[in-house]
Write a protein that binds this ligand. Sequence first.
Ligand code: GDP
Length: 315
Amino acid sequence: MSQSGDKKLPSETVGYVGFANLPNQVHRKSVKKGFEFTLMVVGESGLGKSTLINSLFLTDLYPERYIPGAAEKIERTVEIEASTVEIEERGVKLRLTVVDTPGYGDAIDSQDCFKTIIYYIDDQFERYLHDESGLNRRHIVDNRVHCCFYFISPFGHGLKPLDVEFMRALHGKVNIVPVIAKADTLTLKERERLKHRASIPFSVIGSNQLIEVKGKKIRGRLYPWGVVEVENPEHNDFLKLRTMLVTHMQDLQEVTQDLHYENFRSERLKRSGRPEREEVVDKDQILQQKEAELRRMQEMIAQMQAQMRMKPGDE
Ligand code: GDP
């Protein structure tokens, strides 16, 4: 598990994410406190996760990332990498942590994939629970995972068993937003088939390249037949996904607190309650044993006293 240091965004990116446009009430609250938000990204490697995150937050979170070869991938287990960036926009601070899960789905036996991820999510809940019952309750750093982008491969003709298993195993722990990555590799028909409802799963494209179109620099992907524009709603759901994330940031935090964390907490308390009860049972047993021992000793003493009373000549 590695934790990279905090990074500050360059000033030209300020104004991009748009979270300063949150409703006023929320805005006022956030101005004072600042936002802490943790986004987890899960999906097989090569699906465009880092590119999308870079496009969403205009930051290169992993400039020195090492890309493993195919043989290494087979051996790989899931790692957890958390990177934090601080974004400030019109006085509103956002401390965004992106938790990446490289190696997911790479190993032949992918059952263990979830374990590491579940462990990480529970561990953040556990830390929060611990901090909440500590002395410094006002200044808890909230590292709980508020949202998880789950990347579905555009090449798989639908969901794989691993996708279904993951969503089943984790939907009670974290808010999952399914995303079809590299949507530009799909024909319109394929895309419609993969999307069941209006915008879900969001089918998105990402790009780290700026391309000049009609004198304007835009983020997009260049093909011999034209440019796919990241921020063009006719080309993909990138803008919808970003708007969803920005406008529902507070909702995602509230659901995390009121539902997922509460579930964890009550389960946790139930579990920690059991050993205490066992301890009580143990104490009761020990008391009973001691009492029995005392009774036996008292009987022995009574017998000895009776024997002593019977003097030798009495027989
Ligand atoms: P990750 O391993 O899931 O983080 O994937 P990366 O973001 O490193 O992307 C893997 C490759 O896919 C890179 O060569 C990207 O340029 C490319 N890529 C990323 N996003 C897209 C996209 O939306 N469409 C297409 N066609 N390629 C993409």
